[in-house]
Design a protein around this ligand. Structure first.
Ligand SMILES: *Cc1c(COP(=O)(O)O)cnc(C)c1O
Length: 315
């Protein structure tokens, strides 16, 4: 496995410039007051697929040969990675197969099929879906959602936008599932704003990446969070290698705090975040003393909340 480097992120920014506009980075006085800090919300929920991952999908597809695109690729996902790869395959005319667990939501399946991908349902969970995807790897290029350098280079462009807009940030807080986003944040921060600290956040109900980082090797953990973008039961080797070098801190927050942060984003930043998209703010609100008076970017990584979740926010 090849580790991405900062030049890969710069190259990704060039190629993405003809596909995606930069996303907004806004601050809100009422949110600053609630947090006791200067908070900058990076609105990745405004991406066409509703999440930051599309930056990685497009970067991956751009680097494939016409022959590889014709042959097609296969990946596994419960949601946003699926939509990212399906969207990018549609942009580049590549054939796309996504294996989702049998429990995947109707909304996610429909969205992924909407981009023209073939969706196969297999396995009780992500491990089962991964197994089914691997069985197709003889014919199709298998894309790991976590251990793929091109995906990390692409998602790193979000952090380039953040740090070029606010080079004076004290910290950038990043929700973690497989760790590609936080790993890319470490790469970019080291190159352009070394005094800005990268802080990872995971749900305490699914702490595999957090525990892998602390242990210094990839571990498996129970995966019980209701927050889909953060739901992974194992650490991924490639992002963990970058996190080990670059991550300043790794925090855990409860699903309940994440839900509350979704409400705060709705009311104070008039934006719809899915749970994963609110986890960074949840970490800031959970530890006001640690962030008091700092300049902090929180990445609202996605807005793909299912209807039932949106309804629950009103309670
Ligand atoms: C995938 C995802 C994450 C976690 O990103 P990783 O790169 O897997 O760590 C966070 N938020 C949302 C909305 C996601 O889709």
């Amino acid at each position: 496995m090849r580790l991405p480097v900062f030049d890969d992120v710069l190259a990704a920014r060039d190629l993405l410039s003809s596909h995606l506009p930069a996303t907004p980075l806004w601050s809100y006085p009422v949110l600053d007051e609630a947090a006791g800090a200067s908070v900058f919300v990076k609105h990745e929920n405004t991406q066409p697929t509703g999440a930051f991952k599309v930056r990685g999908g497009l970067t991956l597809l751009a680097g494939m040969t016409p022959e590889q695109r014709r042959r097609g690729l296969v990946t596994y996902s419960t949601g946003n990675h699926a939509q990212s790869i399906a969207y990018a395959c549609a942009e580049y005319g590549a054939s796309c197969t996504v294996v989702m667990p049998e429990s995947a939501s109707e909304e996610k399946i429909r969205a992924t099929r909407g981009y023209g991908a073939r969706v196969l349902l297999s396995g009780a969970d992500m491990a089962g879906a991964q197994h089914a995807a691997e069985a197709l790897a003889d014919e199709l290029l298998l894309v790991s959602p976590g251990d793929t350098a091109e995906l990390m280079a692409g998602v790193g462009t979000a952090y380039l936008e953040v740090l070029e807009a606010r080079p004076d940030l004290d910290a950038v807080v990043v929700p973690v599932g497989s760790g590609t986003g936080a790993a890319a944040a470490c790469l970019v921060t080291a190159a352009v704003a070394p005094r800005c600290r990268v802080i990872g956040v995971q749900s305490s109900a699914s702490p595999a990446a957090h525990d892998s980082w602390r242990a210094g090797n990839t571990v498996e953990r129970p995966n019980r969070t209701a927050v889909e973008g953060l739901a992974t039961g194992r650490g991924f080797a490639l992002p963990q290698r970058l996190l080990r070098k670059g991550l300043a801190e790794f925090r855990l927050v409860s699903d309940e705090r994440i839900r509350e942060a979704q409400r705060v984003l709705a009311s104070h930043a008039h934006t719809l975040a899915e749970g994963a998209g609110a986890a960074a703010l949840a970490a800031v609100l959970a530890a006001p003393d640690d962030f008091a008076d700092l300049r902090v970017a929180v990445v609202c990584t996605g807005g793909n909340a299912p209807r039932s979740e949106i309804a629950g926010l009103a309670e």
